[in-house]
Design a protein around this ligand. Structure first.
Ligand code: F6R
Length: 369
């Protein structure tokens, strides 16, 4: 049933190109338009939206953080992202023109369900992005966009996460299409970029033996830091979460620009620091700034593990280990940069002798608040 893999997690990592392709299936029209018939909100309702909240937990929350960059960029609608367990306890400002997007693999997460009920009580529109058909969260939502990742058995979320990110892109582009604003003209080109994602993920997967070897060499680390910027920042958070939950190693993700405001103090001789480098094509020299961050941590003794786009030569002098990912549009980079971090956490946990699919203290579906 594990299809020749040691762990369900490895099998599910390998299924990611298919999970993305299935999530896109039938939703990209021939002439580059988006077809999201399941989003049962009228065009008028979609045009009236003046604010979006994305509410979810854990890995699904990280998908929401990535969604913010894409949805705000494409639609110019302000997006706030919040963990579900905090959302309803602070009296968020919600009304009929607010869209609340809840993201959940299982569709049964109690924190997310309670946030959804609160949003509906306040008359907000609720759109669920969910992987489990017919589960409670999509049943109680006004509309649902299913991720078609297939059943996810390993407790740690992998293929559901990449599918959630892709579903968020679809929602953002669909809103841009319906509302007909700034990025409408670009939608057809971006749709082509989406179609190429399964192939890009398949390409990253071909390099994973090296990442596994690197993982084995990191199994004794006491702490591992993850740095990212722009959409790479949520990827850093996700890399740290995976490592904590599977390998029980202390890990933290930071926005790379925050390094100098405190975290750099913990960098010591030999501290592994994983850096998710933005594309050299990203705006306002964030690429150069992150390359400087790699230099800074390395000067303080860090062992640098650098995830960078193919052809990015600027990182070469500062990378103790270099993991290459294929070139993607800036906003879509998380779909490829997350994959080596999943493999890394899995391999480190396995080397330490832990049950990768059933980590201690965790359940696949968290049905208590
Ligand atoms: C991490 C993980 C959890 C879940 C979280 C939300 O690998 O699996 O953090 O992402 O419990 O679960 P869902 O998406 O089912 O609401």
């Amino acid at each position: 049933e594990k299809g020749g893999y040691d762990w369900f997690m490895l099998k599910e990592i390998a299924e990611q190109p298919q999970a993305i392709a299935d999530t896109l299936l039938g939703r990209l029209g021939e002439s580059g338009e988006l077809v999201l018939d399941e989003v049962r909100l009228s065009d008028q309702e979609l045009r009236d939206i003046d604010k979006i909240f994305v509410v979810s937990c854990g890995t699904s929350y990280h998908a929401g953080l990535i969604a913010k960059y894409a949805i705000e960029h494409w639609t110019r609608i302000p997006v706030e992202v919040e963990v579900a367990s905090e959302f309803r306890y602070r009296d968020p400002v919600l009304d009929r023109s607010t869209l609340v997007i809840v993201i959940s693999q299982s569709g049964e997460t109690m924190d997310t369900l309670m946030a959804l009920r609160h949003a509906k009580d306040q008359r907000a529109r609720v759109l669920a992005i969910c992987n489990a058909n017919g589960s409670t969260i999509p049943r109680e939502s006004d509309a649902v966009l299913y991720t078609h990742a297939g059943p996810e058995i390993a407790v740690a979320s992998t293929k559901a996460f990449l599918s959630q990110i892709v579903a968020c892109y679809l929602v953002g582009l669909f809103l841009a299409q319906v509302r007909g604003i700034k990025y409408e003209d670009e939608v057809a080109a971006i749709v082509e970029d989406l179609r190429r994602l399964p192939e890009a993920v398949a390409q990253v997967l071909t390099g994973m033996d090296e990442v596994r070897a690197l993982g084995r060499s990191l199994a004794d680390a006491g702490t591992i830091l993850f740095l990212g910027r722009h959409v790479g920042f949520p990827v850093a958070l996700e890399g740290a979460l995976k490592l904590k939950e599977l390998a029980y190693i202390h890990a933290e993700g930071f926005a790379a620009g925050e390094l100098k405001h405190g975290p750099i103090a913990v960098v010591d001789e030999g501290t592994p620091v994983v850096v998710i480098v933005p594309s050299p094509r990203s705006r306002e020299s964030v690429h150069g700034k992150v390359v400087s961050n790699i230099q800074e941590v390395r000067a303080r003794g860090a062992r640098t593990i650098v995830i960078a786009e193919e052809g990015d030569e600027a990182v070469l002098p500062y990378a103790d280990h270099l993991i290459r990912v294929p070139r993607t549009p800036t906003l879509m980079a998380p779909v490829v940069t997350t994959v080596p971090l999943q493999v890394l956490a899995c391999e480190i946990a396995d080397t330490r002798g832990y049950d990768v699919d059933q980590p201690r203290n965790l359940a696949k579906s968290v049905t208590v608040e």
